[in-house]
Design a protein. Structure first.
Length: 75
């Protein structure tokens, strides 16, 4: 059974299992999707405090091009 599960999931790059809030591990695809849905609904419906001190301008136009040399300078 375990070898069959390994063979079936060799090409999957995502999660094979997830642990719910109750501590139960879920391995079936529908159960995993349901747990992700519950987690995302919880996160999206939480109230977050915002102090309004950080203001960011809206950037219009194309995104800035980040070059490898710029990244290397940071290290």
């Amino acid at each position: 059974m375990a070898k069959q599960m390994v063979r079936e999931r060799q090409d999957i790059t995502g999660l094979n299992c997830i642990k719910g809030a109750s501590g139960k591990v879920t391995v079936d695809d529908k159960g995993i999707k349901d747990l992700w849905k519950e987690n995302m609904e919880k996160l999206m419906n939480e109230e977050n405090e915002w102090d309004c001190k950080i203001l960011a301008g809206i950037k219009e136009g194309p995104a800035d091009c980040i070059r490898m040399a710029e990244v290397r300078q940071q290290y």
